[in-house]
Design a protein around this ligand. Structure first.
Ligand SMILES: NC(=O)c1ccc[n+]([C@@H]2O[C@H](COP(=O)([O-])OP(=O)(O)OC[C@H]3O[C@@H](n4cnc5c(N)ncnc54)[C@H](OP(=O)(O)O)[C@@H]3O)[C@@H](O)[C@H]2O)c1
Length: 277
């Protein structure tokens, strides 16, 4: 199996991000959504677009489900036959591997959590599999997931806690960049200069964390000089309880992710129980 053709079922925000990443890495991509006219950008990039999920699945080696979780279950149920023998990657929050594997006993099933930075190959993608997935199947999935950026295999039980860190994380960083731009404007910088200086500082600092191997506190120390400029800013940030603000925000989002997963599973169970009566 070549896996060079990938169907993206539900090319909304997240689906179109991974579609672009795959296209940029030489994959042939067919993207679906019901309002197919909203996929003109992907079409212009050379992707095939359709509202026919079945057609997209049949012509592709690997399938990525980027629908909302409940709709993913519905679509998989309707296309179990067509998905047989294929690599199926779900990037939906809340949808557990046990459910995916029970619906797709004859497919290679991967659960992944990625983020919108995948569009530019800068995502962080965590994935989980069970022992049912062969080495070859995992390798084919990794070839795809690596197009999105960094990839890490994790135990599935960490997915709900990871969702508010790496899944939602770009939203916090956009907020930080926006705050830095406003601050730049407040102290008289031109808007474009404030924007470039802010995002490039975030990119560079993240690279330093990733590549230096130094602890965060050691890295912080390198910027702080006694009685200098940086400590003035850090003093104000600490006074605003910035660390606690982040911790509380991510804890609230993790609680929400856990609650949503439970609600989704309960609804699913209720629907299945009704269906058997
Ligand atoms: N957004 C993120 O940052 C992010 C991060 C991590 C994970 N996720 C996960 O990614 C999944 C999608 O989230 P999203 O934010 O991308 O949502 P979204 O923008 O609403 O995308 C879902 C897309 O599915 C399409 N769709 C709905 N029913 C369909 C059907 N029967 N056949 C084909 N397409 C259909 C919708 O378009 P039409 O109405 O035109 O059909 C919509 O564009 C979710 O499971 C979420 O947990 C998202």
């Amino acid at each position: 199996m070549s896996n060079k053709s990938v169907a993206i079922i539900g090319a909304g925000t997240m689906g179109s991000a991974v579609a672009v990443a795959l296209k940029n890495n030489g994959y042939s991509v067919v993207a679906t959504r019901r309002s197919v006219e909203k996929l003109d950008d992907l079409k212009t990039m050379g992707m095939e677009v359709t509202s026919d999920n079945r057609e997209a699945i049949v012509k592709s080696d690997a399938i990525i489900f980027s629908l909302k979780p409940a709709e993913t279950v519905v679509q998989i149920q309707q296309m179990q036959g067509e998905l047989k023998g294929k690599l199926v990657i779900s990037i939906c929050a809340s949808l557990p591997l046990s459910k995916l594997e029970s619906l797709l006993p004859e497919s290679t099933v991967i659960r992944a959590m990625t983020n919108v930075a995948s569009r530019v190959g800068g995502g962080f993608t965590a994935y989980s599999i069970t022992e049912k997935v062969s080495e070859e199947g995992e390798k084919q999935a990794l070839d795809i997931l690596r197009c999105f950026g960094e990839v890490e295999k994790i135990e599935e039980r960490y997915m709900d806690a990871l969702t508010p860190i790496s899944g939602s994380g770009p939203a916090y960083i956009f907020t930080v960049i926006e705050a830095m731009v406003y601050a730049g404007l407040k102290v008289g910088l031109p808007r474009e200069l404030a924007l470039r200086a802010s995002y490039q500082t975030i990119l560079g600092s993240a690279k330093l964390v990733a590549e230096s191997g130094d602890s965060l506190s050691a890295l912080k120390e390198t910027v702080i000089t006694p009685g200098g400029v940086t400590i003035e800013a850090l003093y104000e940030l600490e006074d605003s309880r910035i660390t606690t603000a982040f911790m509380k925000a991510i804890e609230a989002a993790a609680d929400k992710a856990k609650k949503s997963s439970l609600e989704f599973l309960n609804n699913l169970e209720e629907t299945e129980t009704k269906g058997t009566h």
